[in-house]
Design a protein around this ligand. Structure first.
Ligand code: G1P
Length: 299
């Protein structure tokens, strides 16, 4: 059986980034850089590499810079061109989605992730879609590894239904994430048994966290429309996914690389180090600096 192709990806980018003040006072947190690319560019790259053709951003007030980032910057391009900086210009243009491939809508109030996704309902329409949380960078450390969302689209092409990527977290952190229970812990992709948003300490069904990558059927929108509040008094996506799992197939796919939560200071700094070390143009010099810094640091 063939399943409808995944063409669209939703990126919720309305969050205020209060954990990064004052850095995020005037700059959207998604524009903070991991090495030399904004966090949002990293996840758009991931989606493009998986064949996504339409990028839907659910923004909020003061997020206009994200829209500008995915548009031409005429002065800059003209200057690079007149100075013969062809390689830089080519790289810049290669990052741009083509005309008509982006859509922007606004979440007018911070009511939760479920509400942000619901705001994209008309732009997504009646087709399954990918959902990518930009804070969560999925770094593929495996030799033949591919972008997480590409792996998930392949699993979806095989099984259909709905999918979340999962990533093991230490037991004392399960209360910070959505957590799923799975039928077959050893399998890369397994049907889920349970799903709970931010379980109270000691009650998590497993240590598999929902890591911010989803493939969802459009039927999620009708469930989200009820706008019921859950954990943290927010409209939680996980609560509607749980209802969806009662009527449709739902799978969890283990991500085997490393996930960095760039919404936390430690995750953000670690992502910068890891991504720099995997860049052949930067790593040699950076390793020397890093060794120097770590000399005498008690680890
Ligand atoms: C959201 C989801 C949660 C998921 C997490 C990953 O929570 O609701 O299920 O585990 O993203 O970052 P938030 O980070 O918005 O609290």
């Amino acid at each position: 059986m063939t399943h409808p192709r995944i063409r669209k990806a939703v990126f919720p980018v309305a969050g205020l980034g209060t954990r990064f003040l004052p850095a995020t006072k005037a700059i959207p947190k998604e524009m903070l850089t991991v090495v030399d690319r904004p966090v949002i560019q990293h996840v758009v790259d991931e989606a493009r590499a998986a064949g996504i053709e339409h990028f839907i951003f659910v923004t909020g007030r003061n997020k206009g810079m994200i829209e500008d980032h995915f548009d031409h910057q005429f002065e800059l391009e003209a200057t690079l061109s007149s100075r013969g900086k062809d390689a830089e210009l080519k790289a810049l243009l290669a990052d741009l989605p083509r005309a008509g491939e982006t859509s922007f809508t606004r979440q007018q109030a911070p009511l939760g992730l479920g509400h942000a996704v619901w705001c994209a309902r008309d732009i997504v329409g009646n087709e399954p879609f990918a959902l990518i949380l930009p804070d969560m960078l999925h770094h593929n450390t495996q030799e033949f590894g591919q972008p997480c969302i590409k792996d998930m689209i392949e699993a979806y092409n095989e099984h259909g239904g709905n999918h979340v990527a999962v990533y093991p977290v230490p037991d004392d952190q399960t209360h910070q994430y959505g957590i799923v229970g799975v039928v077959d812990r050893a399998a890369k992709t397994s049907a889920i048994t349970k799903m709970v948003e931010k379980p109270a300490k000691g009650t998590a069904p497993s240590n598999l966290s929902i890591s911010g990558r989803y493939i969802l059927q459009p039927s999620i929108f009708a469930l989200l429309a009820a706008q019921e509040k859950g954990a943290g008094n927010e409209i939680q996506l996980t609560d509607s996914m749980l209802k969806l799992a009662e009527i449709e197939k739902f799978f969890a796919m283990r991500f085997d690389g490393k996930v960095y939560d760039t919404g936390t200071k430690t995750g953000f700094l670690s992502a910068n180090v890891a991504y720099a070390l995997s860049r052949t143009d930067i790593a040699p010099a950076f390793k020397i600096e890093l060794k120097e810094i770590l000399k005498g640091v008690e680890l």
